[in-house]
Design a binder for this molecule. Structure first.
Ligand code: UD1
Ligand code: UDP
Length: 367
């Protein structure tokens, strides 16, 4: 049987988390020659996820530079990806999400006429500047892709509204839930926190929040920790220097705030399970936390993940200081409100998304 060569690209931490189950699934398929291409847009955070899932990159572009600019990252990736595609001549390239890795992988594939499968297709806020630059990245990826693996019906509707052919759109669920369920089963004992306090887990890294919005978030975290003796804030800080410097400048050495390096995925899932509530601007965490029954306050004004908001287990609180403080305090003080948001629903997947994606490719190649 002629094997089909499938390149799976991963650039950043969330792409690795969400592609890991798909790589594992493809590696079990006799007809597929799965090649993992790490752009390494992230270095340390990518490597820790690949290690956890025991995935070795077949090709590694090692592209990350400290505090990289978007134009420089984009142009360097375009050149290197084109070289890889010319040498490898894959039958399919799979890319996940909305990072610069995805934008460039889709465009480089278009130039080389390699068909692209877009995993987590169809997420939209409708505002090209929010999130920045991700909304543009995913709109362009959709325009270029041959297969659109939409996590939800809403995502599918977004694609159809843009004129994407319905025959190329498949609602599969999000592969993040495949990864989460796998790791949630084996992470007990890995919680990076010992005390009895109610744990507030925080992550924040969005470029559109840099500057004043991020200062507001940090001030709000300090007020929440100041006002609640029975609360502890655990904040694994994203290594982007724009985030790191501000976070350590404002919050270091508070007795009820722990700043730490980004956690490996296994202890991070353990921390989500241990958390009382979660404050985040992350996309992936908005998908994972509801499945673990944890209330999420989103530190953004818009989200491309409206399903959990509609089910009232995730709430958009924006980036105003007073809004963050009051919404957090309400969840700490009002048990009924807390219970409503801690119901445990999983609108983004059932843990079988990777199998569905592989099934679509298998049908396409009639193998
Ligand atoms: C990127 C994605 C964003 C995604 C996020 C996940 C783009 C434009 N942005 O944002 O969509 O939500 O990843 O975290 O694609 N760094 C390290 N070590 C690492 C990773 C990053 O030191 O392991 C530092 C480097 O200085 C790097 C900087 O963070 O230059 C920014 O990384 P980059 O991938 O450009 O952007 P993120 O803000 O991480
Ligand atoms: N995550 C992690 N360690 C951390 C913070 C987050 O492993 O310290 C995981 C999280 O569970 C999710 C993914 O990283 O699966 C989300 O990545 P990130 O927030 O960086 O990107 P986004 O999802 O916003 O694109």
């Amino acid at each position: 049987m002629k094997k089909r060569k499938i390149i799976v690209t991963v650039g950043t931490r969330p792409e690795a988390v969400k592609m890991a189950p798909l790589v594992k699934q493809l590696q079990r398929e006799e007809w597929a020659d799965c090649r993992v291409l790490a752009t390494a847009q992230h270095r340390g955070m990518l490597d820790q996820v690949l290690r956890l899932f025991e995935i070795k990159a077949d090709i590694d572009l090692d592209i990350m530079q400290p505090n990289q600019s978007l134009p420089m990252l984009t142009s360097r990736l375009m050149v290197r990806l084109d070289e890889v595609l010319a040498a490898e001549q894959p039958d399919v390239l799979l890319a996940q999400g909305d990072t610069t890795t995805v934008l460039t992988a889709a465009l480089a594939s278009f130039y080389r006429r390699v068909p692209v499968g877009h995993v987590e297709a169809g997420l939209r806020t409708g505002d090209l500047s929010n999130p920045f630059p991700e909304e543009m990245n995913r709109v362009v990826a959709s325009r270029l892709a041959r297969w659109h693996f939409a996590p939800t019906e809403t995502a599918k509707r977004n694609l159809l509204a843009e004129g994407i052919d319905a025959a190329s759109v498949f609602v599969t669920g999000n592969t993040v839930i495949d990864a989460l369920l796998d790791v949630a089963e084996r992470c007990d004992g890995a919680v990076p926190f010992n005390g009895d306090s109610r744990l507030i887990l925080v992550t924040s890294h969005r470029r559109e929040n840099f500057g004043e919005a991020f200062q507001n978030i940090l001030r709000a975290l300090k007020t929440i920790a100041d006002n609640n003796q029975d609360v502890h804030v655990l904040y694994p800080v994203h290594p982007n220097p724009n985030v790191r410097e501000a976070a350590y400048a404002h919050l270091d050495k508070h007795p009820r705030i722990t700043l730490c390096e980004p956690l490996d995925y296994l202890p991070f899932v353990a921390a989500m399970k241990r958390a009382y509530l979660i404050l985040t601007d992350s996309g992936g965490v908005q998908e994972e936390a509801p499945a673990l029954g944890k209330p999420v306050l989103v530190l953004r004004h818009e989200t491309e993940r409206p399903e959990a908001v509609a089910q009232e287990v995730v709430k958009l609180v924006g980036t105003d200081y007073a809004d963050i403080v009051s919404n957090t305090q309400r969840l700490l003080d009002d048990p009924a409100e807390y219970r409503r948001m801690a119901r445990g629903v999983s609108p983004y997947g059932d843990g079988h998304a990777s199998g569905r994606i592989v099934g679509v490719l298998r049908d396409h190649f009639q193998v």
